[in-house]
Write a protein that binds this ligand. Structure first.
Ligand code: HEC
Ligand code: HEC
Length: 341
């Protein structure tokens, strides 16, 4: 047993626990019939109690240094857990960040997080947002006191079977909640499940074009979540101030590459693209995004070859936009399990 202790401690830093945790396993089977099973860390079981604790933490502005910001301030349910209508979001003390807030529904399937992929796990990502000076700038002593207070004590005990409080465990609870933010009930999903009437004729034409070599869209936006999880440059600018993946790897081949984002619920989350660069480059509509791809980009030196002049007809452009609207799962906006408690 003595020899096990250091292993337990090092596992703890990997957001794992040694003790067996209590609680009711979450049943995901009904929501994700078009998606593979949600990846859950083997040593961090998804339980109803942990998810409920995480949901409360996700919505609690008291976790931020000035009590003004929670995760939900920038990942809002009514905007499919992105921050629609803003190029960048407002963090503590009214500060603006430098990139567009991504939609985090189905982010449990991602192998890494942020536009430049600098976090490897949801837990690591959440901790970064929680501690970031511009996002939440959490005072960990104050947060620990809050978690030990009557507001959280019982829920913490129910989730972890222990009263020991740590920031990492709080991030595990938030991540557990994020692992339940799953969406696969868009018209496209219903169509794939066999309901031929779920999509319009234009959406069906758009789907064929999207999944064709003519457009190459699905080459990068492929798979069940419309991303191959690669880093690419799509030639939005001639010069990039935001160096994207390069800032993580320092490899010149990664200059200004950004994560290929999911297109699920994309119609709900304008403006588009990582957006850290300039005001004029911002794309506010799906029509503008399709125009960008149709023109083939500004030929930035690291631009991917598959982004090239397409010369689509007006009808083809409209079909692509219509298809992207078929990826909206409006149940995300109203699901009470995702809502502020
Ligand atoms: C002030 C706004 C703000 C707050 C508060 C905030 N986020 Fe974010 N979030 C962002 C932005 C902006 C990004 C993208 C940043 C980047 O790529 O560098 C992001 C990225 C993410 C991602 C990665 C998504 C992806 O596709 O890579 C997840 C997951 C996430 N946030 C969850 C959270 C959680 C959990 C919290 C609370 C602990 C939180 N966020 C708090 C703005 C915010
Ligand atoms: C070479 C890979 C690649 C191809 C091909 C591609 N995309 Fe993208 N797409 C990306 C990347 C990478 C981004 C993010 C770029 C950035 O922020 O600088 C993106 C962003 C987007 C966005 C904005 C997403 C958001 O959350 O802001 C939309 C919409 C989109 N692409 C649609 C399409 C359509 C439609 C096609 C086909 C006409 C297409 N893409 C082809 C890689 C690709």
């Amino acid at each position: 047993m003595k020899r096990l202790l250091p292993i337990c401690l090092s596992l703890l830093t990997l957001a794992a626990a040694c003790s067996v945790e209590p609680g009711e396993p979450v049943d995901h089977s009904t929501v994700q019939s078009n998606l593979p099973p949600v990846p859950v860390p083997a040593n961090d079981p998804l339980t109803e109690e942990k998810v409920e604790l995480g949901r409360r933490l996700f919505y609690d502005t008291r976790l931020s240094v000035d009590g003004t910001v929670s995760c939900a301030s920038c990942h809002r349910q009514e905007a499919a857990f992105a921050d629609a209508g803003r190029q960048t979001s407002v963090g503590v003390r009214g500060q603006f960040g430098n990139r567009n807030s991504p939609m985090i529904v189905n982010s449990a399937y991602q192998p890494y997080f942020f536009w430049d992929g600098r976090a490897q796990t949801l837990e690591e990502q959440a901790l970064a947002a929680f501690l970031s000076k511009t996002e939440m700038a959490a005072d960990t002593v104050a947060v620990a006191a809050l978690l030990r207070s009557a507001d959280y004590r019982d829920r913490w005990m129910a989730a972890f079977g222990d009263t020991t409080v740590s920031m990492l465990m709080a991030m595990r609870a938030i991540s557990a909640f994020e692992r339940t933010l799953i969406s696969a009930n868009s018209p496209y999903d219903r169509y794939v499940r066999g309901d031929g009437t779920a999509m319009t004729a234009s959406q069906k034409r758009g789907m064929s074009l999207f999944f064709s070599n003519r457009s190459m869209c699905s080459n990068c936006h492929g798979g069940p979540n419309f991303t191959d999880h690669s880093f690419r440059n799509v030639g939005l600018f001639r010069h990039y101030f935001d160096r994207g993946r390069y800032s993580v790897t320092k490899d010149p081949d990664d200059e200004a590459l950004f994560k290929t984002p999911t297109l699920r619920n994309i119609a709900l989350t304008p403006p588009y693209m990582a957006g850290g660069d300039s005001d004029d480059g911002e794309l506010w509509t799906l029509e503008a995004v399709v125009e960008h791809y149709d023109k083939g980009g500004f030929k930035f030196h690291n631009q991917d070859d598959r982004v090239r002049k397409l010369s689509l007809t007006p009808e083809q452009k409209a079909d692509l936009v219509a298809f992207m609207h078929a990826l909206t799962d409006s149940t995300v906006l109203t699901n009470p399990r995702f809502a502020k408690p």
